[in-house]
Design a protein around this ligand. Structure first.
Ligand SMILES: O=c1ccn([C@H]2C[C@H](O)[C@@H](CO)O2)c(=O)[nH]1
Ligand SMILES: [Zn+2]
Length: 133
């Protein structure tokens, strides 16, 4: 499974987006170190703020399946530039991804931007801040 194949899985996941409000479909595909792929799409709600992004759906599916070691994430939407994950997803990613984890962002024209977790969310709040005395 390489980054191109992972992006194809994100595009496939995007087709399942439940987006009656924004009509903005997003897909994500998360590759574990053990070689499994978890797909996610955004899922909206009439109470708008409880909607969930594609990235978090993929991550929560994997975590709830007992997976904790991740290799790469791909995210895709029909945007002009490769789709930038929102701040809430960046925070959730930083909980589970190493600083060097690769995040491939893309669009339907196959423009691609790959960045590391550290670049995506520098100076992030994490568990070591909680434990400091
Ligand atoms: O990276 C992103 C950006 C936005 N969305 C979703 C949230 C909402 O359902 C819709 C419009 O913001 O797109 C994602 O799933 N991922
Ligand atoms: Zn998000």
């Amino acid at each position: 499974m390489n980054d191109n194949e992972l992006m194809l899985r994100a595009k496939k996941a995007r087709e399942k987006a439940y987006v009656p409000y924004s009509k903005f479909q997003v897909g994500a595909a998360l590759l574990t170190k053990s070689g499994k792929v978890y797909e996610g799409c955004n899922i909206e709600n009439a109470a708008y703020p409880v909607s969930l992004c594609a990235e978090r759906v993929a991550i929560f599916k994997a975590i709830s399946d007992g997976e904790t070691a991740f290799d790469q994430l791909a995210v895709v939407a029909d945007t002009e530039r490769p789709v930038p994950p929102c701040g809430s997803c960046r925070q959730v990613m930083s909980e589970f991804f190493d600083k060097g984890m690769l995040i491939h962002t893309g669009n339907l024209k196959d423009d691609r931007k790959t960045i590391t977790m550290e670049e995506l969310l520098p100076f992030s709040f994490n568990s070591s801040d909680l434990s400091h005395k």
